[in-house]
Ligand binder design. Structure first.
Ligand code: FPP
Length: 304
């Protein structure tokens, strides 16, 4: 059984001795109770990394796959529960040349086949989000195989977003809810219209379509929302990634290109995150909730 965030006992990971000296130096500055539950990363800059070296783009992607493994292993050593990586968007699928898409698919397959043993050695569980049923059959088979091979692991869950788009995810969530309503009506042996009318249409819809329901029907319904979103290579955009889930995530943008990103840089991003004050729309912990600071005095309200 996976620990919930509230029942998690905060202690230093017992695998810190596996961190490099540089990683350990940053890790030792971290507050164990404030390690994020979920880090999501927009891995960007493979093409630029290759271009700077006058190499073909595919070599940038290949190097990017190496970075994935480095970062996942560091994540597992610090007991990060959830790591979600944007590996292939719906837009990449539609807008990149066929040759690049087909290379990325081959790279994904070979990455999974070559790294399943290392995933198991590091107690990493593989999962996927996105419209993965639209990917080539052989790629889906390898994905399923890797997920099955690592299903019993209890450490970091590495989720690869593949053929993923956040707007489509929200559409899929809404569709799931409607399908569930139709199934509910069929189970009761009434039409959908009669089922809703019996409860009052507005109340019936409000009870079935609300934020918790929409959230639960996202591909990430079983995960906590990301606390920290990292984007490499300096671009200040979200690119249709986890739009719903990052409502209150802290965002960390680094100029470093993804193929140069390592576990050390993940730890540095977490150190930066730990300096932030998260407010979730409130006033934050530093506020003493002294209403004299918030409410105007009579004099301040008086017309000037
Ligand atoms: C962005 O680089 C990255 C991608 C489109 C795909 C991410 C893929 C990998 C990190 C490698 C494979 C991953 C796995 C899990 C095997 P870009 O090509 O947009 O770079 P650019 O903006 O510099 O051109």
């Amino acid at each position: 059984m996976r620990e919930s965030s509230s029942s998690r006992v905060y202690q230093r990971s017992n695998r810190v001795h596996e961190l490099t000296c540089e990683e350990r130096a940053v890790y030792d500055t971290l507050e164990p109770s404030r390690i994020p539950q979920h880090v999501a990363i927009i891995m960007d800059g493979n093409g630029r990394w290759a271009g700077k070296r006058a190499l073909k783009r595919f070599l940038g992607h290949q190097q990017g796959a190496e970075s994935v493994q480095h970062v996942v292993e560091t994540a597992s050593r610090i007991d990060l529960p959830w790591l979600t990586l944007y590996a292939f968007s719906l837009e990449n699928n539609l807008r990149r040349p066929k040759s690049e898409v087909s290379f990325l698919m081959k790279l994904l397959k070979s990455y999974l086949v070559s790294n399943v043993k290392r995933m198991n050695d590091n107690n990493v569980r593989m999962a996927y989000i996105g419209r993965t049923c639209e990917l080539p059959g052989d790629v889906q088979d390898t994905m399923q195989w890797a997920a099955e091979q690592t299903a019993k692991n209890t450490g970091t869950t590495l989720t690869l977003a593949l053929n993923y788009g956040a707007r489509s995810e929200i559409v899929d969530s809404a569709r799931n809810i409607v399908h569930a309503m139709i199934a509910e009506a069929a189970k009761r042996g009434v039409s959908l219209e009669d089922m809703l009318a019996a409860e009052g249409v507005d109340d019936a819809i409000k009870a079935r379509i609300d934020e918790p329901q929409l959230s639960a029907n996202l591909y990430t319904g079983h995960m906590p929302d990301p606390d920290l979103l990292i984007r490499t290579s300096g671009e200040q955009r979200i690119s249709n990634f986890l739009l719903w889930q990052i409502a209150y995530a802290e965002i960390f943008v680094t100029e470093r290109l993804w193929p140069d990103f390592r576990g050390l840089h993940l730890l540095e991003a977490i150190a930066d995150y730990q300096q932030r004050e998260r407010r979730f729309g409130g006033l934050g912990e530093s506020s003493d909730e002294d209403l004299s600071d918030v409410l105007p005095t009579e004099a301040e309200l008086a017309p000037r």
